[in-house]
Design a binder for this molecule. Structure first.
Ligand code: SAH
Length: 344
């Protein structure tokens, strides 16, 4: 089987080229063709010898994703459903347009093992991890399709990025490389449901990525009822890992909190949250929960959401309410894929 060329970071590609008796600097040329010129074929890499182009054609794969479906929201958000090429596996990627540029929300796995009760990805059986090349290709495919440059990446699509740690790290190396996609770590957010040992591992890498923690509740009973991962890594351990991350990286952590009516949205919950995050370098991102089909959670009222935010702000916790984008095109995690599979 051909090896996917997009799975190599620049150093690995240099080694790979050496192993086929080619000069390592060719790796930089190939990187530029793929990530900056965005060519579709090795034959288009005109500064490589015909012999090298043949070797590449024979042994490596530069395959691009096929767009299965593309939806556009009235707010400009675009949602892509890609066929990644094996067994009709499908993934979702969302592009959001903000005044400061384009942000892409990438998937890290096909399906998810975490089983969060409020998430549309739950119920999609876990199939496999995405490779680093497939993570990067989501960015490339959209840049190619719309002829634009993406400036920010969030790992908030389908999957748990810290459950696919190696491939996610390698994709970030390709994304960061000035000869690759050249998007700085500061413009990348990794969102996790809270896999504690991996948070320590990430902290030790001292990347400048933003870490987002899907907290959703400050007490173990409610959090466990929403997120089974909390049984393995309860809140106290999670917060300890977060403090370690802050100490190692000096970066503020973003806590995601999806507000569901009568579940985690009253002032006692806000009080508990203030206590939990007291003195931490943190920001709270409040999200009106996206109601999924057959789901048990209902969106909080606007009034409650504002009260919740104001309580946090008045007690020294910086909190903002996330603008809902793309709700008319089922932009929430897993919804498009779910619909597509159902229609089939
Ligand atoms: N597995 C990772 C990243 C994917 S989910 C994680 O858990 O963080 C990305 C974000 O969307 C998470 O904060 C998740 O909790 C949130 N999310 C999932 N379903 C949601 C829904 N129905 N409403 C609001 N937020 C949701």
């Amino acid at each position: 089987m051909k090896k996917s060329i997009k799975n190599y970071n620049l150093d690995d590609l240099k080694e790979e080229l050496k192993s086929i008796n080619e000069k390592p600097f060719r790796a930089e040329q190939i990187f530029k063709w793929i990530y900056q010129d965005k060519v579709n074929s090795f034959d288009d890499m005109t500064n490589l010898s015909l012999e090298l182009r043949k070797k590449l054609n024979d042994n490596y794969d530069l395959r691009n994703f096929k767009i299965v479906n593309k939806l556009e929201s009235i707010d400009g958000t675009k949602k892509y459903l890609f066929d990644v090429g094996d067994e009709g596996n499908l993934i979702e990627t969302v592009l959001m347009s903000y005044h400061h540029g384009y942000t892409i929300c990438v998937s890290s796995q096909i399906g998810c093992k975490m089983g969060c009760k409020f998430c549309a990805s739950t119920g999609i059986p876990f199939s496999r991890n995405l490779t680093s090349g497939e993570i990067v290709e989501q960015v490339l495919a959209i840049e190619r399709d719309l002829n634009l440059r993406i400036s920010n990446i969030v790992f908030m699509g389908i999957g748990e990025p810290l459950d696919n740690f190696e491939n996610v790290m390698k994709s970030i190396q390709i994304i960061n490389n000035p000869k690759g996609l050249n998007i700085g770590a500061r413009h990348i957010s990794i969102s996790t449901s809270g896999i504690v040992p991996k948070i320590y591992e990430l902290a030790d890498k001292k990347l400048q990525c933003t870490l987002s923690i899907s907290l959703h509740s400050s007490n173990n009973k409610t959090r466990s009822s929403m997120m089974p991962v909390n049984d393995a890594y309860p809140i106290k351990e999670l917060i300890k890992a977060c403090k370690y991350y802050i100490q190692k990286t000096n970066k503020r952590i973003s806590f995601e909190y999806a507000l569901a009516k009568d579940n985690n949205d009253n002032l006692d919950d806000a009080k508990e949250l203030v206590k939990l995050l007291d003195g931490m370098l943190a920001h709270v991102n409040l999200i009106p929960i996206n109601q999924i089909e057959n789901g048990n959670y209902k969106k909080s009222t606007n009034e409650n959401i504002i009260k919740f935010r104001d309580y946090l702000n008045d007690h020294g916790i910086v909190a903002t309410i996330r603008r809902e984008l793309g709700s008319d095109i089922s932009a929430a995690c897993g919804q498009l894929r779910r619909q597509h599979l159902k229609n089939k």
